[in-house]
Design a binder for this molecule. Structure first.
Ligand code: CTP
Ligand code: MG
Length: 180
């Protein structure tokens, strides 16, 4: 029971989990805020770039299509009817995750945090809030079907754990500058 909830939650959230990690690898180039400041601090900062956002979103969407392609064998292997991504839902999950992260940077700059500073809580959940908000907005029938309350609960508990593990791992591998 809990196992199938975790499998469903994880599968449904992969297109939201991966974009930020892909952005770390793809980042660079022009910052979205173009260097502009607002109230004495950068609007978003150099850590939010057009390239990182575009590549991150694209990687999330492609991954959703790959998951769809292997849905049958994967569902059979775990004994759970794993969700299939409708294209609008895939785009909303991936782009929403990037937007949540961008929104968090906006809040970090407003609270005087420099680029790369930690904001516990926000760092672990910004992309989940962004992804879920956008997918419920863009594809409500799919979202309510896949993200039933128990699945949502698992997502909220599981995500911060996965986030900490992947970021500490990326830091240890030298891919990321900070372990958050
Ligand atoms: N990145 C990007 N575009 C995004 C998100 C991330 O280019 N929309 C890249 C940047 O190179 C960034 C790195 O991924 O430095 C790590 O992302 P993140 O930790 O979110 O950014 P920080 O540099 O820590 O900046 P902030 O304090 O604003 O979170
Ligand atoms: Mg950071």
């Amino acid at each position: 029971m809990i196992g199938s909830l975790v499998a469903t939650a994880f599968w449904a959230m992969v297109p939201a989990y991966v974009p930020n990690n892909a952005a770390v690898l793809a980042g660079g180039g022009r910052p979205i805020d173009g260097g502009r400041e607002w109230r004495g601090a950068r609007l978003l900062g150099d850590g939010k770039t057009w390239r990182g956002t575009a590549v991150g979103t694209a990687v999330g969407v492609v991954l959703a299509l790959v998951l769809n392609a292997v849905n049958d064998p994967a569902s059979a292997a775990v004994g759970v009817d794993l969700p299939r991504f409708e294209l609008p839902a895939a785009v909303a999950l991936a782009f929403g995750a990037m937007c949540g992260d961008i929104g968090a940077s906006f809040l970090k700059r407003r609270s005087g945090r420099e680029r790369g500073a930690a904001f516990p809580g926000l760092d672990q959940l910004d992309f989940v809030v962004g992804a879920l908000a956008l997918v419920f907005l863009v594809d409500p029938s799919w979202a309510t079907d896949v993200f039933a309350l128990p699945v949502l609960a698992v997502v909220v508990v599981m995500t911060p754990v996965l986030h900490v593990v992947t970021n500490v791992g990326a830091y240890a591998l030298g891919v990321k500058n900070e372990p958050w």
